[in-house]
Design a protein around this ligand. Structure first.
Ligand code: ADP
Length: 256
C-alpha cells in the first residue's frame, strides 16, 4: 500500500515527536543522576569517617550496611549517567598510552578476592605475544572488562573464570569465559538492552540493574571495537570483544 502524502507527514511528525521526547528524558535522567551524586558522596564520606572511629565499633555492622548500599546506589547513578551520555552522544573519550602489564595486574588484584570468596579459579593469560603499551581510553576499557568479569563471577557457582588476551594486528582481543549458568539462546540479544535481566532462580537473588551490558556494548562501539557472545545453558558463557590499541601516529610494528 502506498501511503498518502498526509499519512507520511503525520508519521514523520510522530517520529520526530518521539525522538524529542526521548532526548528530553535522557537529559532529565543525566541531570537527575548528576545532582543525586553530590549528597550521596557526602553521605559516603561521613559514613567512612564514622567507620574509622574506634568508639563506634559497636555500630560497625550497621555503618557497613549504609556504606555498601551507598556504594551500590553510586554505581547505579554512574551507570544511568553513562547511559544517558552515550545516548545523547555527549560521552567524551580520553585516550592515552598505558602499560598493558600494570593494567592487567590491577585487574587481577581487583577480582582475585571476589573469585576466591566463591571458590572460583580466576586467571588472566595471553594467547601469544602482547604489546607493552596500549593506546586507548583505558578507564572505559577497565569499565567494560570489569562489567564482564563481575558478571562472570556473579553468574558462576563453580569452576573458573578465564580472561585471555590476544593481539591481532592493531587490535587487542579479549575473551572472558566462565563455567556458569549460561544464557538461553533466545535471550542473547535481549541482555544488551538497558534494564534487561534474564530471570531465573539464580539471577533473581543477584543484585544489579541490568545496565552493565548495555553500557559495555555501547562503549565498545564508541571505542571502535566489536563484541560477540556465545553461551550454553548450564555450561557457561564466552564474551569476546576487541578494541583498537594504536593511534594514528604509531605503526603496528612498534607495538609487536
Ligand atoms: P546485571 O548484571 O546488572 O543484571 P547486565 O546488563 O550486566 O546486568 O547483564 C544483563 C543480564 O545478562 C544479567 O541479568 C544476566 O541475566 C545475563 N548475563 C550477563 N552476563 C552473564 C554471564 N556471564 N552468565 C550468565 N548470564 C549473564
Amino acid at each position: 500500500y502506498a501511503l498518502s502524502r498526509k499519512e507520511l507527514t503525520n508519521e514523520r511528525l510522530e517520529r520526530l515527536r518521539v525522538e524529542a521526547d526521548n532526548r528530553a528524558k535522557d537529559r532529565f535522567l543525566a541531570h537527575l543522576s548528576h545532582e543525586l551524586r553530590t549528597p550521596l558522596t557526602s553521605i559516603m564520606g561521613y559514613t567512612d569517617l564514622l567507620l574509622s572511629r574506634k568508639e563506634l565499633d559497636n555500630i560497625k555492622p550497621e555503618l557497613t550496611i549504609i556504606n555498601n548500599n551507598s556504594l551500590h546506589l553510586l554505581n547505579l547513578l554512574n551507570d544511568v549517567l553513562d547511559l544517558s551520555k552515550i545516548k545523547a552522544n555527549t560521552l567524551s573519550l580520553s585516550k592515552e598510552w598505558l602499560s598493558l602489564n600494570s593494567f592487567l595486574v590491577d585487574l587481577q588484584s581487583l577480582f582475585q578476592m571476589a573469585a576466591r570468596k566463591k571458590n572460583l579459579c580466576f586467571s588472566i593469560t595471553a594467547r601469544g605475544p602482547l604489546p607493552d603499551k596500549i593506546y586507548n581510553d583505558t578507564t572505559r576499557m577497565r569499565q567494560v572488562l570489569t562489567n564482564f568479569i563481575y558478571n562472570a563471577i556473579k553468574f558462576t557457582d563453580e569452576g573458573s573464570i578465564k580472561v585471555e588476551l590476544e593481539l591481532k594486528h592493531t587490535q587487542l582481543h579479549v575473551y572472558i569465559k566462565d563455567t556458569g549458568i549460561g544464557i538461553p539462546p533466545e535471550n542473547l540479544k535481549r541482555i544488551f538492552k538497558p534494564f534487561e535481566q534474564v530471570q531465573n532462580t539464580t539471577t533473581k537473588t543477584n543484585e544489579g540493574a541490568g545496565l552493565g551490558l548495555a553500557i559495555s556494548s555501547a562503549l565498545i562501539e564508541l571505542l571502535g571495537g566489536g563484541l560477540t557472545v556465545e553461551s550454553a545453558l548450564g555450561q557457561g558463557s564466552l564474551f569476546s570483544f576487541y578494541v583498537d590499541i594504536l593511534n594514528e601516529h604509531t605503526s603496528p610494528s612498534e607495538i609487536q
